[in-house]
Design a protein around this ligand. Structure first.
Ligand SMILES: [Mg+2]
Length: 154
């Protein structure tokens, strides 16, 4: 089963000193490229390539954007990995939305990338790699930790 990488956007694909270009356009998909720092997008791509994984967007962006627009925005930002979809926009709490999603595919290895720390009591918190906005978002060490989580879950 294709592993899944649950992806937050702010604090993972961008952060302090790391962001994409300002694009002047009528198209919100193109304008959203500011949120996709190319070096951080490449790290997520590297993770997906090495793990044979696809992306599911768990960011709160899913509450305001259609998944097709989000997919296109990630593509415009340089992401090449397959985007499977988004966690349910009907469940505002990101952790509960991830939990609902993984329940549908209990055998699929997965990891979540997020700059927010999940609640201490959340029983799936070991599967979250917490990135650091101050570090500019995801780092190579985060990719290594995510690969460990995926391997432990397969
Ligand atoms: Mg975030």
């Amino acid at each position: 089963m294709t592993p899944a990488v649950y992806l937050d956007i702010d604090g993972v694909l961008n952060g302090r000193g790391s962001r994409g270009p300002d694009v002047i356009s009528d198209d919100p998909v193109q304008r959203a490229r500011w949120a996709m720092a190319p070096s951080r997008v490449r790290l997520v791509d590297d993770l997906c390539l090495r793990a044979g994984a696809s992306v599911v967007v768990s960011s709160s962006w899913r509450l305001a954007w259609s998944w097709a627009d989000l997919r296109d925005a990630l593509r415009a930002g340089g992401l090449r990995a397959r985007v499977l979809g988004v966690t349910s926009p009907d469940i505002e709490d990101r952790w509960l939305a991830i939990e609902a999603d993984v329940t549908h595919a209990p055998l699929r290895p997965w990891v979540a990338l997020d700059d927010e720390r999940p609640p201490d009591r959340w029983h799936l918190r070991d599967r979250v790699v917490v990135t650091d906005w101050d570090a500019g978002g995801i780092t190579g060490d985060d990719v290594d930790r995510a690969l460990e989580v995926l391997c432990a879950g397969s």
